[in-house]
Ligand binder design. Sequence first.
Ligand code: ADP
Length: 258
Amino acid sequence: IEEAFRQSQKMESVGQLTGGIAHDFNNLLQGITGSLNVIKKSIELGKAIEVERYIDNALNASFRAAALTHRLLAFSRRQPLDPKPVQVNPLIKTMEDLLLRTLGENILFELDLDKNLWETLCDINQLENAILNLAINARDAMPDGGQLKIKTENVIEKKFASSDEAEFIRISVSDTGTGMPPDVIERAFDPFFTTKPQGQGTGLGLSMIYGFTRQSEGFSKIESAVGDGTTLHIYLPRYEPRYSSLPVVENKTTSDSV
Ligand code: ADP
């Protein structure tokens, strides 16, 4: 029931969003038709002086409209998952350069990786995207600099209050940024929910992480308080190769093994 409720809330925000996008798209379209009209008039009147500026306006709005639909498509397309056994620590290490560049010079970057971290099964590209998205959010929450820490550990947790305990690896991305008030925490995983200025946030980062962790049979959690910073936890199930998938050893005493 709780899940159904969350789902219906999500659908509601998708509805709000589609309205919002349609509105933005319409504005861009008006800019384009407006510019085209001016161009047409100026050609009719035989004065082509300012035409170039209006062509640029129209082109600009067209590009932005295309970007908008791309984002929408990328979101609605169910990205196929390609789950594979993953060792998360080495993966994070390979991302270190990218993360440092993303964070810039004013943010201190720290890793705290559990040497005995279990393996997990998930789509590596999506996990990389998730970590990068979390780093970008953290950076945006620390405009005056701060600290970002990525921690990995093995944990035993319940997915839902009613679930049995199970083994997960936990990737926690913590920042010393602005933190989130309760009403933002409530909506942060909703698709297209953003508090960032127009053009800067898509509101898709956390909702993609929500989808990715769910499809990987894990979950995600926000721990945040205004003034204290934010920690985003990603839980992914422990993966243990099954004995049954090991190659079967043939009995070598039989004659046909020669
Ligand atoms: P976007 O980053 O495009 O806004 P997200 O889904 O990634 O979309 O985040 C949704 C909202 O959650 C953000 O607009 C911001 O208000 C809040 N948020 C996410 N991460 C953090 C963070 N690390 N610190 C503070 N607020 C955050």
